[in-house]
Design a protein around this ligand. Structure first.
Ligand code: NIG
Ligand code: FE
Length: 390
């Protein structure tokens, strides 16, 4: 297998404190050697072992590829008009999801796959080397299973979200829809997914319904994660912690008890500032979570309704400006934090043995991701050791 040296790195974020300074394990004047799909060596430039090929980072920064642990990429159509109406003063409502459900059901497999691949490629160009992908715009047995099959073609991190909202056919029978989601739909979907998710929110599923969805999924070997406390306070975060969910996502409206529960648990608080940006809502308070000791991940929530961005650098800049995060914390949350939310130890870090997922920035430091908002700083991306389009 060919080895590859990345040399002359001004600042290397390893996310391994034993390799460098601070929680990000920053190494100055560093080099990295890749061996096929893995990282083989990390250390001072000049000490690197010989390699078959070399890339000169010429004084730039290198960071781990972003791990986007929350995205909804299997859909058709867009909701430009809804966004424009919101920006003219209309409130966001979860009901808009049904617009995308209708378009998604009407789309061919080929059209859905093409849109999905376009978005994954768009994310990769902005430094995302692993992305989670949910169903949730089909809401029938066949359409949910189809979404998961398509998602599985682009990522290992596939999430069953049949409980996104109650399907329109069941508008008068939400209990019947929960029976479908926990019965025949789960039967069809469980083989294609790693995770089970539920939108636990007023207008979607209440605490009891969410518990039924998650425990049914767990009984089939799926690991829970929860859309929790996005639009208002509610039981989602506590339920996520109680069930040992990998993550509670959104976490915009938290009580002190919610913060304590997250801080005292292994459940990662995944913050999704693209959603607050695009719904013109108040941002979650990352500082409060971090100060309490919670693990925080930062992801895009890419979807056509509430957050139509694939850009993790955008989320980092917003999180630093609006959510009380330092640039170091935001970069950690978008890499190692995302990995923690997906319970992965092979990504989100640049250490020997890890997956060779790296991003070279057109900047001397990772801090520039927040310091230079909106500037396309992602210069080179390697995913599993292979160069992806820039
Ligand atoms: O995570 N909150 C629920 N689901 C998405 C919104 C989906 C939509 O509006 O289409 C979210 O923000
Ligand atoms: Fe979401």
């Amino acid at each position: 297998m060919a080895s590859f040296l990345i040399d002359n790195i001004a600042s290397l974020v390893t996310n391994d404190p034993s390799l460098g300074d601070g929680p990000l394990g920053v190494l100055r004047d560093a080099a990295v050697v890749l061996d096929g799909e893995r990282i083989a060596w990390v250390g001072p430039a000049g000490d690197a072992p010989p390699a078959d090929a070399r890339h000169d980072a010429a004084g730039r920064a290198v960071i781990p590829g972003f791990v986007d642990s929350h995205a909804h990429l299997v859909f058709a159509g867009d909701r430009t008009d809804e966004f424009a109406a919101r920006m003219a003063g209309q409130a966001y409502a979860a009901g808009g999801i049904r617009t995308t459900v209708a378009a998604t059901r009407a789309a061919t497999d080929e059209a859905l796959a093409a849109n999905l691949e376009r978005l994954v490629a768009e994310a990769a160009r902005q430094g995302t080397t692993l992305i989670e992908c949910k169903s949730g715009y089909g809401l029938t047995v066949d359409d949910e299973a189809r979404a998961l099959r398509l998602a599985g073609q682009v990522t290992d991190e596939v999430t069953y979200l049949g409980a996104h909202v109650v399907a329109p056919e069941y508008a008068d029978d939400p209990a019947g829809y929960v029976d479908l989601v926990t019965g025949p739909m789960l039967d069809a979907c469980a083989p294609h997914a790693r995770w089970v998710d539920v939108f636990c929110e007023r207008g979607a599923f209440d605490g009891d319904q969410a518990r039924a969805v998650l425990t049914a999924g767990m009984a089939r070997g799926l690991v829970p994660r929860v859309h929790a406390n996005q639009l208002g306070p509610g039981p989602g975060v506590q339920l996520a912690v109680e069930l040992g969910a990998a993550s509670a996502d959104h976490c915009t409206h938290l009580t002190d008890a919610d913060i304590d529960a997250l801080a005292g648990s292994a459940t990662v608080a995944t913050l999704l500032p693209g959603a607050e940006f695009s719904t013109r809502a108040a941002y979650p308070d990352a500082r409060r979570l971090l100060d309490a000791g919670a693990t925080v991940a930062l992801s895009t929530d890419c979807n056509p309704g509430s957050s139509f961005t694939t850009s993790v650098p955008f989320c980092i800049a917003v999180a630093v400006r609006e959510m009380g995060m330092t640039p170091d914390e935001a970069v950690w949350s978008a890499t190692a934090g995302g990995a923690a939310a997906l319970r992965r130890t092979d990504v989100g870090r640049i250490t020997p043995g890890a997956r060779a997922d790296l991003v070279e920035l057109d900047a001397p430091s990772h801090v520039h991701l927040a310091y230079r908002p909106g500037v396309p700083l992602v210069r080179t991306v390697w995913r599993q050791g292979a160069l992806v389009g820039t």
